[in-house]
Design a protein around this ligand. Structure first.
Ligand code: DGJ
Length: 698
């Protein structure tokens, strides 16, 4: 519920969280409260006058503004920085009005206008009451008819936290092949920046944060968390001020950014979602999972099929017969979706040619893809295909015809990475080419799944004939990418999409509006994968987490262990199945059947990280159905020096007072016994267990 307590003070409440802001006596729009819901509206603090601290620290510098703009005596991170045609680089935003939209998800709109210039900022606060989340964005508008205003920074939101000496930031960091490592650090005065400058979300950091005051644990304690729904350059600035106040701002990266805002035009920022929970870091993740499944994903509740992907089996050696033989074994093991990865299209024999020419290679598929697709369908599977639409190899028909379509500076060499350049998908003609070419591919072939890859980052970010400021590229590129993907989705609703960028380089709440699942990492070693998946689960639900068993650790780790690791998300196979022994195939068949019997719990249930694989060699994850009637427990032991005593695993979330049976354990026992006495498993190095949990009718 959103309440206008007075005409200058607003309270946003969900069942457990509240957020309050209003005008201070000097007319500034300031933040006053974010945390647990309080019993009465009178409990929420009203904005107070802020006295000057010194000539160096005037009130403008001290207050917690909802959306600080650069202007006046302010030196902390602003959300907005603009330059007016007369050279003024100072904003003086004044409140002009508020409206509350009560329909659907209630939304508060707060309108601000510059004191002198025809320039407005509208802040939007959409309340997701069922999920305890606030979605913020801002619309910046040039209301005049004079020359353009240049925007230099336009962030989505600034979030303020209770003043405290110790605030702890949890975030994810990594690199290609090693994504989603968890970091937790106490913030000190100054600004901690996480960002991407690569034109994608990137492998290095996630536009996500969790913040606590030092004491939050996995399953209890106050945690504030948030994420930006954007798949391009982004920036997160976590600032502790000289007065020990903490704020976290998120938005499009202002690094190399500029935007020419013409008269009558608006710039709308991406959304930034944030919430508060008293249920610890695990509770914060569950909120995100539910929200992503319920509100973000195009098909958040549809069960995902068991997939086969050809990449690590055949690499570029893809042809009709190699894929048919793989498909036959994959189907026999229980696979439901057969995906042909890189290597199928015109001129693609290695990574140095072909990108851009999205039709089947005539040598590899003399009769097109149809014979393979028909065979895959006859085997009872659906067919999927890999593409990398934003890319082009110089050795391609497309590049030979349109060398100017790539991102480049005319005076500079075009740096290739993996032998490829990036098409400027901000250009309408590039959007049209890709939409038409891919649409034809989807029309002519019965394809039900597309893996959309992106295997390099930008360099020489030029756009020689840009209609506005060439630095708009960073944003317009992402808008172009969204545009192509959404048009294709509309034209081909039978197709489901996967986001991939050399593994997990483009996973975020923006792309997940269009793609149902993500390839999390090119690292398919099960032991490494446990930690990567744990990090991924901090933000994203298991039904987006594609996980294949390949041959990367074949012979090193038991197949059952590797399959169990992949069963934590969307189980898939990606090995050279023709080399697998009958014994291996039997293990795979059995485990795939087991996965099908529990996937509704993994993909739709609540996830509990009982012991984090980021920190523990003995880790465990539990999934529980929403009605708490059934669940499944996964436990993994990697390497522990002997003698090792494995601690009990304490189940979570069971219905108090109910009786539960846990497969293979003595029982039934009460929910309380499983949760407080726990259960012990005897696992050796690189052994794993999957145990079904069942509530009994009492
Ligand atoms: C990178 C992806 O992450 C891999 O799964 C595979 O699709 C290759 N690209 C193909 O080039």
């Amino acid at each position: 519920m959103i309440t206008s307590v007075t005409d200058d003070f607003w309270v946003l409440e969900t069942s457990q969280m509240a957020y309050a802001c209003g005008l201070d006596p000097d007319g500034r729009l300031v933040h006053t409260y974010w945390g647990a819901r309080l019993p009465a509206q009178a409990d929420y603090p009203r904005p107070q006058a802020t006295p000057e601290s010194s000539s160096f620290n005037q009130p403008a510098q001290l207050v917690a503004e909802e959306y600080p703009a650069y202007g006046g005596p302010k030196y902390t991170e602003p959300c907005l920085k603009a330059s007016f045609p007369d050279g003024t680089r100072d904003l003086d935003l004044r409140f002009v009005g508020a409206t509350i939209e009560a329909e659907g998800q209630p939304t508060l709109h707060l309108r601000l206008r510059d004191a002198v210039y025809p320039f407005t900022v509208t802040l939007h606060y959409r309340l997701h009451e069922d999920h305890g989340l606030i979605e913020r964005s801002a619309t910046i508008r040039h209301e005049g008819d004079g020359p353009a205003v240049m925007l230099e920074r336009v962030w989505s939101a600034q979030w303020h936290f209770p003043a405290q000496q110790q605030t702890r930031l949890t975030h994810l960091a990594g690199r290609w092949y090693d994504e989603f490592a968890l970091h937790r650090e106490t913030l000190t005065p100054g600004v901690k920046v996480l960002e991407s400058r690569r034109v994608t979300t990137g492998h290095d950091h996630q536009p996500w944060f969790a913040l606590d005051l030092g004491g939050a644990q996995e399953d209890h304690g106050d945690v504030w968390f948030g994420a930006l729904a954007w798949s391009g350059n982004w920036k997160l600035a976590a600032e502790v001020t000289a007065f020990s106040t903490t704020r976290v701002s998120l938005g499009v990266n202002d690094w190399d950014f500029a935007w020419q805002l013409n008269p009558g035009e608006s710039f709308v920022t991406p959304s930034c979602l944030a919430g508060f929970t008293q249920a610890g870091h695990g509770g914060a993740s569950q909120r995100m999972h539910d929200f992503i499944r319920d509100r973000v994903l195009p098909d958040g509740h549809t069960l995902r099929p068991v997939l086969y992907n050809s990449w690590e089996a055949t690499f570029f050696d893809v042809d009709e017969s190699s894929q048919t033989r793989l498909a036959e074994v994959a189907a026999d093991l229980g696979t439901e979706l057969f995906v042909v990865d890189d290597g199928w299209f015109h001129g693609r024999n290695l990574d140095n040619a072909g990108l851009g020419d999205w039709w089947p290679d005539a040598r590899k598929f003399p009769n097109g893809l149809t014979p393979l697709i028909e065979r895959v369908k006859a085997l009872g599977m659906t067919f999927g295909l890999w593409v990398e639409p934003e890319m082009v190899n110089p050795d391609s028909d497309l590049y030979r015809a349109h060398p100017d379509w790539v991102i480049h500076f005319p005076s500079r060499p075009r740096t290739e990475a993996r032998g490829q350049l990036i098409l400027n998908v901000a250009r309408p003609e590039v959007q049209a080419y890709l939409t038409d070419t891919l649409s034809r591919l989807l029309q002519e072939n019965d394809i039900r799944f597309i893996k959309w890859d992106m295997n390099r980052s930008v360099s020489e970010p030029g756009w020689p004939d840009a209609p506005g400021d060439p630095r708009e590229l960073w944003v317009r590129y992402v808008q172009g990418f969204y545009q192509i993907l959404s048009t294709l989705r509309e034209q081909h609703p039978q197709v489901r999409w996967q986001t991939c960028s050399g593994g997990g380089g483009r996973v975020d709440l923006g792309v997940l509006r269009l793609a149902s699942q993500a390839w999390v990492s090119d690292n398919t070693h099960a032991a490494a994968r446990l930690a990567i998946q744990d990090g991924y689960s901090r933000v994203f639900p298991a039904n987006t987490m594609e996980a294949w068993v390949t041959d990367a650790d074949r012979g090193e780790l038991p197949l059952e262990f590797r399959l169990h690791v992949s069963m934590l998300g969307l189980l898939g196979l990606g090995g050279q199945l023709l080399d697998w022994t009958q014994a291996e195939r039997e293990v795979a068949r059995t485990q795939i059947a087991l996965y099908k019997s529990i996937r509704h719990l993994v993909q739709r249930g609540d996830q509990y990280r009982l012991r984090s694989a980021q920190e523990q060699a003995y880790s465990a994850v539990q999934y529980l159905s929403k009605d708490r009637s059934e669940g499944v427990l996964f436990a993994f032991r990697t390497h522990l020096a002997r003698p090792a005593t494995l601690p009990p695993l304490y189940l979570r979330g069971l219905e108090p007072g109910a009786l539960y049976a846990v497969e293979g354990m003595e029982g039934p026992r009460s929910a309380e016994a499983w949760m407080h006495m726990g259960l012990s498993l005897g696992l050796g190095d690189y052994q794993s267990a999957v145990r079904k949990i069942q509530r009994l009718l009492g």
